[in-house]
Write a protein that binds this ligand. Structure first.
Ligand SMILES: Cc1cc2nc3c(=O)[nH]c(=O)nc-3n(C[C@H](O)[C@H](O)[C@H](O)COP(=O)(O)OP(=O)(O)OC[C@H]3O[C@@H](n4cnc5c(N)ncnc54)[C@H](O)[C@@H]3O)c2cc1C
Length: 465
């Protein structure tokens, strides 16, 4: 085997597979090798099927509002296998004062909905007059400063739903750089958001529509299977090989593993979750500002019921102040067709997260009992489930907390100083599938075109419940 490659990619999760795919698209002759420590591709993306029920160990879907992800689906020939759940017809609920409140999906409808009192709604307008907070405030501190305390449970729900995180720890500059940029530019998020929406409407001459949540028939695993299919195992894709160290030797990268002789590449892509990436990068620099970022781990309690009914919509989230056992639940059989046998429903309740890692020490039976308590109470489902199973995902969600901006800028400097090095993966530029696909595609572009990355303005990410 020729061990000298144009590019060696460490990790065959979504990020590494997309880097490899994009390199092949740009240059079919590019000699690449993806090195993966486990015996399978896909990392944390893994679907679960049993007795007619389909669930997910990792992600349940991604929004169709990323051009790069839409292009990837087309390149992979997966458009016909998409499962779709439009946000316009699939609302979400937030648990407030022991009951589920439907969150409308448009700002005007939210304004009219009785989620908070009119006095509290007027209080939200304080944003128009507040100076930007200096330093690196947490999400909770920032949201309280800009909009007042009434919205905090809803903000908590958003960050429970996306990061399984603690909004008292997550940093606003790291998780919503776009909102922070608006705040600084317009001295108000509301004013900035209105100006951005107005400009977009003038440009596109249409009202922006709500995106759709996408998955695949049979689950998210289809995406990584299809990506992996294009690589020749043993030549372009090496499984069961754990990279233990990396080194710059003359003009090339040497990649050492526990199992075999070193590999050499002109380019090296570390496509790993932040903490695994940091483990390898540590040997390249002694000025690393953080050794580890916290992670939020989850357990998913999969529950199937015969004959029961779910409220319409995606599911619900419970802010911490509600003191629930579960963080929320996805109404999976509402989201995508074929996730449960006929006349059955399936829901997936999430437990643990940044705030309650101790719950992950519980046995499966204890987790199921805890989840059933909340489900019975909030959804009025008192029947015994016909199916119950606990899934424990293979990875935690990196938390963008204190020191994160410094870590990113350290990484950027390192990459600039070291020719041919790229670092992407879970938690570096966001945590979602669309973030991974975009960053991995950019990495491949840069390798092929040797482009210098333009200093992009941070994008304003919309919040969907
Ligand atoms: C429970 C959970 C739910 C999620 N839900 C959503 C969701 O609903 N929507 C959404 O958009 N995103 C969601 N995400 C995030 C999404 O799954 C990730 O953004 C994405 O899958 C990360 O892919 P990755 O390739 O960067 O990392 P990973 O999937 O972690 O892949 C990294 C790969 O590298 C391998 N590896 C690690 N160390 C080494 C080494 N030393 N040598 C060789 N190989 C190594 C690992 O075995 C793994 O295969 C969720 C994540 C989790 C954990």
């Amino acid at each position: 085997m020729n061990h000298i490659k144009d590019t060696v990619i460490i990790g065959a999760g979504l990020s590494g597979l997309v880097v490899g795919h994009a390199l092949k698209q740009l240059d079919p002759h590019h000699r690449l090798m993806i090195v993966e420590k486990s015996g399978k591709c896909g990392g944390v993306i893994q679907s679960f099927q049993d007795k007619g029920f389909t669930a997910e160990w990792g992600p349940h879907g991604f929004l169709d509002n990323s051009e790069t992800s839409r292009r990837l689906i087309t390149q992979l020939g997966l458009n016909n296998e998409l499962a779709k759940a439009p946000l316009a017809t699939h609302g979400r609920y937030v648990c407030r004062n022991g009951a589920l409140q439907l969150i409308p999906q448009s700002p005007l409808k939210i304004l009219r909905a009785p989620l908070i009192s009119w006095r509290e709604k007027i209080g939200v307008l304080r944003d128009l007059f507040k100076k930007p907070l200096a330093g690196e405030p947490t999400v909770a501190k920032w949201a309280n400063h800009r909009f007042g305390p009434a919205l905090l449970p809803y903000v908590d729900a958003v960050f429970t739903g996306t990061y399984a995180g603690d909004y008292n720890e997550l940093k606003i500059d790291a998780v919503m750089p776009g909102a922070r940029a608006l705040e600084k530019r317009y001295r108000s998020v509301i004013r900035g958001a209105l100006a951005t929406a107005w400009r977009a409407r003038k440009k596109h001459k249409t009202r922006p529509s709500l995106p759709t949540m996408l998955s695949f028939t049979g689950g998210m695993q289809r995406l990584v299977e299809r990506l992996a299919d294009q690589f020749v195992t043993g030549e372009e894709l090496i499984l069961h090989r754990t990279v233990s160290s990396i080194a710059r030797v003359e003009d090339q990268w040497q990649v050492r593993s526990l199992e075999d002789e070193p590999l050499t590449g002109a380019n090296l892509v570390i496509a790993l979750p932040v903490n695994q990436g940091l483990g390898l990068l540590a040997t390249l620099s002694d000025s690393m500002p953080l050794r580890r970022v916290p992670e939020a781990w989850l357990a998913t309690v999969v529950l199937g019921f015969a004959g029961a009914r779910l409220p319409p919509g995606f599911g619900f989230l419970a802010p911490d102040c509600e003191n629930r056992f579960i963080l929320g639940a996805l109404f999976s059989s509402n989201m995508f067709a074929g996730r449960a046998p006929a006349n059955h429903i399936i829901l997936e309740a999430l437990v643990g997260g940044r705030r309650h890692p101790e719950r992950l020490e519980l046995t499966d039976d204890e987790l199921i009992a805890g989840a059933l308590g909340d489900i019975g109470d909030l959804l009025n489902i008192s029947d015994n489930p016909v199916y119950a199973r606990v899934l424990r995902p293979g990875g935690g969600i990196p938390q963008l907390e204190a020191g994160y901006p410094a870590l990113l800028s350290w990484r950027d400097t390192l990459v600039k100083e070291m020719g041919g090095l790229a670092v992407c993966g879970f938690g570096w530029e966001g945590i979602g599938i669309n973030d991974m696909v975009k960053t991995a595609t950019d990495v491949a572009d840069k390798i092929i075109e040797r482009r210098t990355r333009a200093s992009a303005q941070p994008e304003l990410k919309k919040v969907y419940f």
